[in-house]
Design a binder for this molecule. Structure first.
Ligand SMILES: Cc1cc2nc3c(=O)[nH]c(=O)nc-3n(C[C@H](O)[C@H](O)[C@H](O)COP(=O)(O)OP(=O)(O)OC[C@H]3O[C@@H](n4cnc5c(N)ncnc54)[C@H](O)[C@@H]3O)c2cc1C
Length: 408
């Protein structure tokens, strides 16, 4: 890295130090590129996340960063799969393919991966803006309230739901997408019959768009997700009462509530945002979100693709957007397939066999579960995603891909 008139000059500047940033940094550093990652907070930083990793995410960490140290795991240290609960009180447990996966403590896991990428990390340094000059990008940041400037040949926005880089490239974007509120509270456990080897999810429209619970470090997490504008405490309390009444879960008073807003949705309707000019967007910022809000594996893989695209652009001097958009299509396929009703009906887009679990039910039970899933999906009707999902699914079926003309 060199300094020109107080400007730090690098090959690639990554905004963020989450999984997408770590994977991107790994590809760039491995190719010999001078890479700096900016993080607005002090590392290791907290991250509101259940920490349930898909088998594919687990494989990525092992192959790229090596064996996982126990310090980056919560208790229980692994998850066997997901249990779906329905209003009729039917429950279906589905194991991950290939056995349990690690239960990541994001604060330490993200930092571990980032350090292992070999990139230079500038924490407590907040990205504030950029100017794409055609041959390079000038980046403005602040540290301790003072301006810090960078000049990078390419910038990769891996800033997650803050959309800081996205806003710099497409100022209107964040205003045009639906935002979900996701909140969780941690409870002491008095008695909890929910199996602590599983992540529990409720297909129950009465409880909200996204309702979950699982064990962590001797506490029980109860979480709710809903469209922005609703009351978190009231929604959360309703779920706690429901769990007590229906599942005999007895919990102590909640501690340390966490509320975040999430840009959940673009992957369902193939509306990703991949950047402009010499700026790439990746991970959750780009819209990657797998089913049951599993976002780490697609963040890791899309981040790696962004890094590979930048390396390819350095090597060939070809247009980085063209390279990235060509390469990222495979990750779009994997991610959007998870929400695609035709793929779910006729393919096998998840790394857990839902259809096999359904087949184990008696035919009447199975029909009942399918009815309950459809009735839950109606909750999303106001978002008007139904037709878009269907049309994108048909395109995918007949062309083998999702149309790239819907991406920004
Ligand atoms: C409650 C909850 C539970 C979840 N549970 C799971 C789960 O069990 N499994 C799973 O796979 N996924 C889960 N997710 C989703 C998952 O956490 C995300 O999809 C994933 O972290 C996205 O990774 P990323 O690298 O794209 O972004 P992030 O992990 O969000 O990383 C972005 C980083 O950029 C930094 N940053 C932001 N703005 C700036 C700025 N201006 N300047 C500098 N730095 C900046 C942030 O501080 C952060 O460190 C959950 C999400 C929530 C909200």
């Amino acid at each position: 890295m060199s300094f020109i008139e107080n400007v730090k000059k690098v090959d690639a500047l990554i905004v963020g130090t989450g999984p997408a940033a770590a994977a991107c940094a790994k590809r760039l550093v491995d190719a010999g590129c001078e890479t700096v990652a900016l993080e607005s907070r002090e590392l290791p930083r907290h991250k509101a996340c259940s920490g349930i990793l898909s088998p594919r995410g687990h494989r990525f960490l092992l192959e790229n960063f090596g064996p996982l140290p126990k310090e980056i795991l919560h208790t229980p240290s692994s998850a066997s799969g997901v249990t779906f609960h329905f209003p009729s009180m039917r429950s279906v447990s589905i194991n991950f393919d290939g056995g349990p996966t690690p239960h990541l403590h994001r604060k330490y896991a993200d930092h571990w991966a980032m350090l292992r990428s070999g990139a230079e990390i500038h924490d407590q340094t907040e990205f504030t803006g950029l100017s794409d000059k055609g041959t390079h990008v000038d980046v403005a940041a602040t540290r301790d309230g003072l301006p810090v400037n960078y000049r990078a040949r390419f910038v990769i926005g891996a800033e997650g739901p803050s959309l800081a880089v996205v806003r710099a490239v497409y100022p209107d974007y964040a205003r045009k997408i639906p935002w979900f509120v996701v909140g969780q509270k941690f409870h002491p456990i008095i008695d909890c019959p929910l199996d602590d080897r599983y992540f529990h999810f409720w297909f129950n429209a009465e409880l909200g768009h996204y309702t979950w619970s699982h064990a962590r470090d001797g506490r029980q997490i109860v979480g709710v997700g809903f469209l922005k504008g609703d009351n978190f405490d009231a929604r959360h309390q309703r779920v706690v009462e429901y769990l007590e009444k229906k599942h005999h879960v007895r919990l102590g008073p909640s501690e340390s509530p966490e509320i975040v807003t999430a840009n959940f949705g673009p992957s369902l309707i193939n509306r990703y945002i991949f950047g402009r000019g010499r700026v790439l967007i990746t991970g959750q910022a780009a819209g990657f979100f797998n089913m049951i809000a599993e976002g780490m594996s697609c963040a890791l893989h899309s981040g790696a693709v962004a890094g590979e695209a930048a390396v390819e652009a350095f090597r060939t001097s070809k247009d980085i957007q063209r390279i990235y958009r060509g390469m990222i299509a495979s990750e779009v396929r994997r991610c959007s397939d998870q929400w695609n009703p035709l793929e779910i009906a006729f393919g096998r887009p998840h790394e857990a066999d839902f259809r096999a679990a359904l087949k184990r039910l008696a035919p009447g039970e199975r029909r009942g579960v399918i009815r309950e899933i459809f009735s839950f999906i109606r909750l999303y009707a106001p978002l008007k995603w139904g037709r878009q999902i269907l049309w994108q699914s048909v395109c995918r079926r007949f062309t083998g891909r999702y149309p790239s003309n819907r991406w920004l």
